[in-house]
Design a protein. Structure first.
Length: 291
């Protein structure tokens, strides 16, 4: 007796996707052991690019954003919401001095959160239909174990940055926690210790941002596109920066300026800035690394 097809209700659809994701996560646990191993025969090759290529990558990022606007805004609204919640918790637990390092440090882990956007751009490049659920297809990528290891590396750098920021505050305006946000702002902007904290913090933060740019500018797109290990991904990213110091410096400044602009209106602007930068990163990868 033939089984008749039926229209699935939303609960069935969600359940099916959860099962697929669960199987993928289970498989991921096994792939992390080989996260440093290369399985692609052909090693990546880096090309030299110019400022025009950076502009073109951004233009293509805007086009991808326009094509997937509703989906990616819905997806990326989670980031400003999470940022506001974390900031509120920092206020409640007397960690006012860490609010700016928390917000600024988001740039250190942004490449990890952009993986779903790279996948959407990859699917559009292949002419496939694209929706916000496709962002989660990365869990089925051959190199998902390596992607997770890279993500853990960036999270470790983020935590190290917060530790450094807290240490800088302790030796300048600390060790006592500020009594209020207004008092902290006044001390930071009107005292020699405050200006020292700002200057040293900007310098140390720049070093962290530079390190993340060097090791991850093309790492995540490469891991999504090719079945390579973490070592190869990082080495290729370092090589891309060494071969294109000027364009990569420009790209880093664009990312920093865009995140600042997106963070000003209560982080809401990140719902637009992040998807554009994420899509553009995929196209920059295509320009830098040969197929």
């Amino acid at each position: 007796m033939a089984v008749q097809d039926h229209v699935r209700n939303p609960l069935e659809w969600v359940w099916d996707h959860l099962k697929q994701t669960g199987h993928a996560v289970e498989a991921t646990a096994h792939t992390m052991d080989g996260a440093w191993e290369d399985r692609d025969a052909a090693p990546p090759t880096v090309r030299r690019i110019g400022a025009a290529d950076i502009g073109d990558a951004l233009a293509q990022g805007f086009r991808d954003f326009g094509a997937c606007r509703t989906d990616v805004i819905f997806l990326c609204l989670l980031y400003p919401i999470a940022g506001l919640i974390i900031s509120r918790m920092a206020f409640d637990y007397g960690m006012v001095a860490l609010i700016f390092p928390l917000v600024a440090g988001f740039a250190l882990i942004a490449p990890l959160f952009g993986v779903g956007l790279y996948e959407m751009s990859r699917r559009r490049e292949l002419g496939l239909t694209t929706g916000w659920t496709d962002a989660f297809a990365v869990v089925r990528a051959p190199a998902i174990g390596a992607i997770l290891v890279m993500g853990l590396l960036l999270l470790a750098l983020f935590c190290l940055w917060l530790f450094a920021a807290n240490f800088i505050y302790t030796v300048t305006l600390g060790p006592d926690a500020p009594v209020s946000a207004a008092a902290f702002a006044r001390d930071a902007l009107t005292t020699p210790q405050g200006w020292t904290m700002i200057g040293v913090g900007i310098g140390v933060g720049f070093l962290f941002a530079l390190a993340v740019l060097v090791i991850s500018v093309v790492s995540f797109p490469l891991l999504l596109d090719r079945n390579v290990g973490v070592g190869t991904a990082i080495a290729t990213s370092v090589q891309a920066v060494r071969a294109n110091p000027g364009p990569m410096a420009m790209w880093g400044l664009i990312i920093a300026a865009s995140l600042v602009v997106g963070a000003i209106p209560l982080l809401v602007g990140l719902a637009v800035v992040l998807p554009v930068l994420g899509h553009a990163t995929w196209h920059l990868y295509r320009k830098v690394v040969t197929h």
